[in-house]
Design a protein around this ligand. Structure first.
Ligand SMILES: [Fe+2]
Ligand SMILES: [Fe+2]
Length: 261
């Protein structure tokens, strides 16, 4: 791991008064921590899917999973520093009760290259989500959040690149056409928006409705989300020429805004 959450993040420097009343940040960090910390379950399923590919399973076990879990641990520490009254464990249990039954091997894409496209979409989502937090923390002048989100975002970009390597390894073997790739991309884009985030949100048991929270997120995204970065990463599995990639990213970017991602 390139950094360690207990040594390299200055939680003691957080200006608690500055963020204590920020309910939106509070909820968003909880959702992120729940999902990240549960990555070990997904790692198990991925290992099963790639069991004959030792290089990939080794990387998943020794690098990917510890890094994802560390993301969750570091955010949990951030939450506990500012909102110690929140019973993280209790609400996390509520989350896992509903979430774990959904994490089955059958939920993965049927082919090895296909699942890698799905993983690339997820890492696009996470790296850009943390980049959004970096942008927000800058405006908020909260350097600890900025540092934490920036470290995590860089890890997620690295995961994306590693998954892309595995994708390329299987792409030709499985004879995936651009049409096949687009189908997986499209399906996965819809998945980003629901299930895990909704389940994590419900587990917080706040008074606010999920729809209200999503509306707030859309407003937030308009201001801080790195749309260009997102679209460039999202279309990468299509293997377009660089100039084409840039042009298409410009076209798709507004669609991301409409989706409120
Ligand atoms: Fe992560
Ligand atoms: Fe990741």
């Amino acid at each position: 791991m390139k950094w360690h959450y207990e040594k390299d993040i200055a939680y003691e420097n957080i200006d608690i008064n500055k963020v204590k009343d920020n309910i939106y940040l509070f909820k968003t960090m909880i959702i992120a921590s729940f999902i990240e910390i549960t990555s070990h379950i997904y790692e198990r399923n991925l290992n099963e899917h790639y069991k004959n590919d030792e290089e990939t399973t080794q990387w998943l076990q020794q690098t990917w999973e510890p890094e994802e879990v560390q993301h969750g641990e570091s955010i949990k520490r951030y939450i506990n520093t500012i909102w110690p009254e929140f019973d993280w464990e209790k609400h996390y249990n509520l989350f896992t009760n509903d979430y774990l039954p959904l994490c089955k091997v059958e939920a993965l894409e049927p082919t090895k290259a296909g699942e890698m496209i799905a993983r690339m979409v997820v890492e696009t989502g996470t790296s850009t989500f943390y980049k959004t937090l970096v942008n927000y923390a800058k405006e908020l002048k909260e350097p600890v959040l900025e540092d934490l989100a920036s470290k995590i975002s860089k890890d997620e970009v690295y995961h994306f690149e590693m998954f892309e390597k595995v994708f390329k390894k299987y792409k030709d073997e499985e004879k995936l056409t651009r049409n096949d790739i687009t189908k997986v991309l499209y399906t996965r884009l819809n998945v980003i928006n629901n299930e895990d985030i909704k389940i994590a949100f419900e587990a917080i048991q706040s008074e606010q409705s999920y729809d209200e929270y999503i509306n707030q997120t859309k407003q937030f995204a308009k201001k801080y989300y790195p749309y260009k970065m997102a679209t460039k990463m999202f279309i990468r599995p299509l293997g377009l020429h660089k100039s084409m990639e840039s042009a298409i990213a410009t076209i798709i970017s507004p669609a991301f805004k409409i989706l409120g991602i």
